[in-house]
Structures are given as structure tokens and as C-alpha cells.
Write a protein that binds this ligand. Structure first.
Ligand SMILES: CC(C)(C)CN1C(=O)[C@@H](CC(=O)N[C@@H](CC(=O)O)C(=O)O)O[C@H](c2cccc3ccccc23)c2cc(Cl)ccc21
Length: 376
């Protein structure tokens, strides 16, 4: 942590935490509470991932530009000048202030590509000047953290290009897409946890559990954001499932198709609930309190979201969000794995108690709920 002798954060690091608060609302505090070297490593990892996600989400970037951007994104971490100023997305700030993330110590491999984007229509002069802030801090991290973050960005960027212009087909493809955008995050985080010595080497080695931690969060996001994504012309619900309930994904938003839509929704939630045992197994291995909180809070938010969405028509007509008060209550109550199990148990039981008699997947959902309950 680059500090001057008054123990102050360096200006570039201060700015990174400002961007963290800008881009992740309630989660920034959880990252700032991380112990030791993990705090900065995960702050930077989070910002770099936000920048990458902003490129993927930006529908104003044509694919012939976006594909190389995604594939080469990890190289920007060694390029002290890279910047992109043509994003219209709300999180554009981390893209435009990207050099702050990756400037401070030129990476070992000197493949510095002078790749930068300046065809900016934006007048964000301030952000342009300040861009090296984000770039800087990545290279101030210990090489082991840089290698993890760079490796994950490389794999994620390449994976994103696979799904750029098409929806998700089979359930296998759903798992593949979620692996690229969230499973890899879990794998990278787990390697950072072990590298910091705050968690055992096993945590960083077990990619299956780490991957499924990410899949649980991402599948929950995709299930919850049905309408928002459909309205933006994005299809993340797997066709292998929704194809049984409608001709087009958007048809499920029609009131006449309400019953079919709910059966589809319930089937996807059942698929996500299959991951609960692995998520609990992963969290059971954690020993550092700040790492445990960091991992447990998104998980309990996700199970609460799945319960809120189960058999709920509001998913098809609006966005279902956990109220802030409920979220804060849950965030306070996840200090150990027994409490997390209790929360998982509560919400899974709530779902099990509401399985509609005529739901085509009722039997499967009961099975998955009882398997999850057996671990809680
Ligand atoms: C897509 C995603 C689920 C990976 C996003 N993702 C998360 O959702 C954040 C939570 C978050 O950002 N919440 C925001 C949501 C929002 O902004 O609306 C909030 O303000 O509450 O948590 C995850 C995250 C945290 C802890 C362990 C994880 C293991 C595997 C995968 C992801 C893990 C995350 C960790 C990192 Cl380092 C980067 C991104 C994420």
C-alpha cells in the first residue's frame, strides 16, 4: 500500500477507492474492510473487472472494435497510456481513468502496446487527465496479484467475445457464459486469497467450488434482470429452457403467457439452487473473517433475491430488488458459516413451501431444495 510517511494513502490509491465507491455502492465498504494486501488487490481487481464489463455492455461500440478491445484488454494493464473515451455506459469513469489502475510499476514483460482510444466524443477532460490513477495502482501490487488479475482479464475478455452477438442456447452454454463473466472472478479471487496467505492454498486450488460461487451470483443476476435485459435486446436466459415455454424470450413478458413464464422462471431458479451446496462448501473453508464477510454477503443477497423471484410475476413486469433495510440486516448477520447456513436454510424453505402444485418442475425443485437444506 503506497503510503507517504504520514501513513496517508497515495493520491492514486485514494482516487481508486473513490471510483470503487462510485461503481459499487454498498459493496465498496465490504472491500475496504478486507485485511492486509487483499484490500488494494481486490479494489483494483474490482475496478479492472468493471472496466472490462463496461466494454462488454457498451452497445455503442461496434463489434469490429469491441472484439479486439476485449481480447487485448489485459495488455492495457501494462500500457501506461491506454484509455478509452467513447463509452456511454454509466460506469465509463473506470474506463476513462484506466491508466490509474495499471501504471505504477511497468510490468515484467515489456510487451507494452501503445494501444489507446482517443476518438472520444465525451468532454471528460478531468477524467482524461486523471486516467493514470487507475492504471497506476495495478502495477503497484505485488507481481503475484498482478499475474492473477491479468490472467483472469485475459480469459474473461476472450470468453466475452464468444457470446457478443448471440443469446445463450443450451444450459451448458449458460454455464459457459457465467463461467467467463463470474466463475473466473471466483477463481481469481480464490487465488488472491491464497496468495495473500490469509486463506489456505486449497481455496486457490479448488476451481470448481470457486467457479460455482460466481455462477450462483451471475445466474441470480440473469434471472432477476429478465425484463431489463430483454428491453435492451439482450438474451441471457438459456434457450434450452425458455424455448419450452415460448416462441421468443420476449413473449414471456406477455400477460397471456404469464403461467408459462412463471414455469420457466421457476425452472431457472431451480437450476441456480443446485449450486447452494458448493457455495456452502466453499465458505466453510474460509478462515479469515474479512474474506468470509466479503464472500458471504453477495451469497446471502443472492439466495434472498432468488426467493423473492420464485414464482413472482413481478420478475416479468419489472425488476425485483431486495430492499436496502433487508440487505443491511443480512449483511450484519453473516459473520460465520452457521449464520450463512441459517439464512440459506430459511430462504430455501420459503421457496420449497411455495412450489405450485401444477409446476412442471415441482418434483425437481423439491429434490433440489431438500439437497440444499441437507447442507444448511
Ligand atoms: C458478476 C459478478 C457477480 C462477478 C459481480 N460481482 C458482484 O456482484 C459482487 C457484489 C457486488 O458487486 N455487489 C454490488 C452489485 C451492484 O453493483 O449492483 C452492490 O453494490 O451490492 O460480488 C462478487 C464476489 C464477491 C465475493 C466472492 C465472489 C466469488 C465469485 C464471484 C464473485 C464474487 C464480485 C467480486 C468482484 Cl472482485 C467483482 C465483481 C463481483
Amino acid at each position: 500500500m503506497p503510503r507517504n510517511n504520514q501513513g496517508e494513502l497515495s493520491p492514486t490509491l485514494k482516487q481508486c477507492y473513490k471510483y470503487l465507491k462510485l461503481t459499487s455502492r454498498s459493496f465498496a465498504a465490504v472491500i475496504q474492510a478486507l485485511d492486509g494486501e487483499l484490500r488494494n488487490a481486490i479494489c483494483i481487481f474490482y475496478l479492472v473487472l468493471r472496466a472490462l464489463d463496461t466494454v462488454e455492455d457498451d452497445m455503442t461500440i461496434p463489434n469490429d472494435v469491441k472484439i479486439p478491445m476485449l481480447r487485448h484488454f489485459h495488455l492495457n494493464l501494462q500500457d501506461t497510456h491506454w484509455s478509452f473515451h467513447d463509452s456511454k455506459e454509466k460506469d465509463k469513469i473506470v474506463l476513462e481513468d484506466f491508466p490509474t489502475v495499471s501504471l505504477a510499476s511497468l510490468c515484467v514483460c515489456l510487451c507494452v502496446c501503445e494501444w489507446s482510444f482517443h476518438d472520444s466524443k465525451e468532454k471528460d477532460k478531468i477524467v482524461l487527465e486523471d486516467f493514470p490513477t487507475i492504471t497506476a495502482e495495478f502495477q503497484a501490487l505485488a507481481p503475484v496479484y498482478q499475474e492473477v488479475i491479468s490472467d483472469i482479464c485475459c480469459k474473461m475478455g476472450n470468453g466475452m467475445t464468444v457470446f457478443l452477438d448471440r443469446g445463450v442456447g443450451s444450459l451448458h452454454e449458460w454455464n459457459e457464459y457465467c463461467h467467463y463473466v463470474a466463475g473466473l472472478v471466483g477463481i481469481g479471487l480464490s487465488r488472491l486469497f491464497s496468495a495473500s496467505k490469509l486463506e489456505s492454498p486449497e481455496v486457490g486450488r479448488d476451481e470448481r467450488l470457486a467457479n460455482n460461487m460466481g455462477l450462483f451470483l451471475q445466474k441470480t443476476n440473469i434471472i432477476r434482470d429478465y425484463l431489463e435485459d430483454v428491453l435492451q435486446g439482450r438474451e441471457f436466459w438459456p434457450k434450452e429452457v425458455w424455448g419450452k415455454y415460448g416462441r421468443k424470450l420476449g413473449d414471456l413478458a406477455e400477460p397471456d403467457n404469464r403461467q408459462q413464464a412463471l414455469h420457466c422462471l421457476n425452472e431457472l431458479i431451480t437450476n441456480a439452487l443446485e449450486l447452494v451446496p458448493d457455495c456452502i462448501a466453499y465458505m466453510t473453508r474460509l478462515h479469515n473473517q474479512s474474506v468470509f464477510n466479503f464472500c458471504a454477503i453477495p451469497q446471502v443477497m443472492a439466495i434472498a433475491t432468488l426467493e423473492r423471484c420464485y414464482n413472482n410475476p413481478a420478475v416479468l413486469t419489472g425488476v425485483v430488488k431486495i430492499r436496502k433495510g433487508e440487505a443491511v440486516k443480512m449483511m450484519m448477520g453473516v459473520s460465520n458459516v452457521e449464520k450463512v447456513k441459517a439464512i440459506m436454510h430459511y430462504f430455501t424453505s420459503q421457496i420449497e413451501s411455495r412450489i405450485p402444485k401444477d409446476d412442471p418442475n415441482a418434483e425437481r425443485t423439491r429434490e433440489v431444495c431438500s439437497k440444499a437444506l441437507a447442507c444448511t
